[in-house]
Design a protein around this ligand. Structure first.
Ligand SMILES: [Zn+2]
Length: 493
């Protein structure tokens, strides 16, 4: 989801597109450049690497690691901003990135097209074009001052795996159609509405979304038109895939958290994506002079807000201390509950004035929807009690509420065994079991879960850092990611 620019990034105006490939370079010449790039990783963390020049090699290091890493770097330079990565919905850089991806899709043997929301598709029919298809996706848009792996890794590793099948002449042997989708919007930066691409395909995007405006007043429909995409209400509804035509959806994504790094493994399987509630809390008190109003006579919304925020932290750290008992008379534990106040503002915001009003946001996430509801209920009761005691008013508004999306257990276990055998193939020996994780961040899989069964793999990223230029994935972990998708396609499709 969207986040503010990295604190160290300069606050430069949006400017012309910056990318190292010349504006008029063709996809062909780009691919030539890629082939000329030297292998980027020399760290051989895994056994069996030495075999790569021999005929026995089945790990496809050149495609799954070296070329995939080079492609991540190419896409990471396609930006609308100078000096940092920014690629929002249907921006000029987004269109260029989509064209580059389309070229890679065609090179992997896929038939390509761009749909009416700007999603880029590449499909291969395999043995039976009318069988239910496997969809593999992730997003090509980014946040502002982004890292190069978020979204792009999922698209590139899927295309690398399919390229290997294409090279080996195995594409035609796929039991069912396989379609890679590079979604046009997941981060929601430009229109403050996430999943414009995947939600349209899943059929859960309201047609009114076409009229959402960006900061400059341009609507989604206008932006599509600027890019020669005429969309009407009728054609909007045609974007939705028929659930009967889809077998399932898988997505590979960087973890954006520290768990895989802490257990020392490159891959994990995702159990589900957390549900989320966003609140806006407004506290109103009595504005006054900082020097003349005695402490005992103040109705200070800032001090009240501080107490409310500490209350939130306490509840989210130890929900069992605050919530009553569940049906089985067991104390409440709300799985992987995380709560954040990320934005706070006050009026009039002057050092010598007791504020009249303070507003702050609450972002609460957990995989446990009932637990989330119970925590919200308890939180708002206790917040109102605090506000009453302090003689300030408080208003709690729900701005966003989305239930958790569970990953399909069957698909998850298939992905888990693919990840396990990929890690084993690379290590040349038995490895630890693949960890099962919860996703606290939203992903396209969340929207796609409305259409079909979904499964996700996570890839280790350094320090768990994402939405930052410091985002980093080891070259060998990019390789593990591609090999896991390849193994999944080889064994399940
Ligand atoms: Zn992402």
């Amino acid at each position: 989801m969207a986040s503010p620019p990295h604190s160290s990034s300069p606050n430069r105006p949006l400017s012309k597109i910056r990318f190292t490939i010349s504006h008029n370079s063709s996809i062909f010449s780009l691919l030539v450049v890629l082939y000329l790039l030297p292998p980027l990783s020399s760290a051989h963390l895994y056994a069996g690497v030495e075999d790569t020049k021999g005929v026995k090699n089945d790990l496809f290091l050149e495609v799954l690691r070296d070329e995939a890493v080079a492609r991540l770097n190419v896409l990471g330079k396609v930006s609308d901003a100078d000096g940092y990565l920014e690629r929002t919905y249907l921006s000029p850089a987004s269109i260029i990135a989509g064209n580059i991806i389309r070229g890679w899709m065609e090179e992997a043997g896929l038939r390509t097209w761009v749909d009416q929301m700007g999603n880029v598709h590449g499909r291969v029919d395999g043995m039976n074009s009318s069988a239910k298809s496997l969809l593999i996706g992730s997003h090509l848009d980014t946040v502002i001052d982004a890292g190069i792996f978020d979204g792009a890794l999922g698209i590139i590793s899927a295309l690398s795996a399919l390229k290997v099948l294409n090279i080996n002449g195995q594409l035609k042997n796929l039991k069912r159609p396989v379609e890679v989708i590079a979604f046009s919007d997941e981060e929601g930066v430009r229109f403050q509405s996430a999943f414009l691409g995947s939600a349209a395909i899943a059929g859960v995007l309201p047609v009114s979304a076409l009229q959402i405006q960006d900061k400059s007043g341009v609507t989604v429909q206008n932006v599509l038109k600027e890019n020669s995409i005429e969309i009407s209400e009728e054609s909007f509804f045609e974007l939705k895939y028929d659930p009967e035509s889809v077998w399932g959806y898988i997505e590979l994504h960087i973890e954006q958290g520290p768990v895989l790094e802490s257990v020392g493994l490159p891959l994990g399987v995702v159990k589900g994506i957390a549900g989320q509630t966003r609140l806006k809390v407004t506290v109103r008190g009595s504005q006054g002079h900082a020097g003349t109003v005695p402490m005992s006579m103040r109705q200070d919304p800032m001090a009240a807000a501080a107490e409310l925020i500490v209350l939130l932290e306490s509840i989210c750290k130890h929900p069992e201390d605050f919530l009553s008992y569940d049906d089985q008379c067991k104390g409440f534990s709300v799985e992987s509950l995380v709560c954040t106040v990320g934005e706070i503002s006050c009026w009039p915001s002057a050092s010598n004035v007791i504020p009249g009003e303070v507003t702050f946001t609450v972002d609460m996430r957990t995989i446990d929807d009932m637990g989330r509801e119970a925590v919200i209920y308890e939180l708002s009761n206790r917040m109102h009690q605090i506000c009453d005691r302090r003689s300030v008013s408080c208003n709690i508004e729900c701005k966003h509420d989305a239930n958790a999306a569970a990953c399909d257990t069957g698909l998850s276990s298939q992905l888990k065994s693919a990840a396990y055998s990929a890690m084993k193939r690379m290590a040349g020996e038995d490895v630890d079991d693949v960890p099962v994780l919860m996703s606290g961040a939203g992903h396209d899989a969340m929207a796609m879960a409305h259409l079909t069964k979904v499964g996700m793999l996570f890839v280790r990223c350094r320090g768990g850092v994402s939405h930052s230029p410091a985002e980093y994935v080891l070259d060998d972990d990019v390789w593990a990611a591609g090999l896991a998708i390849l193994t999944f396609l080889e064994t399940q499709m």
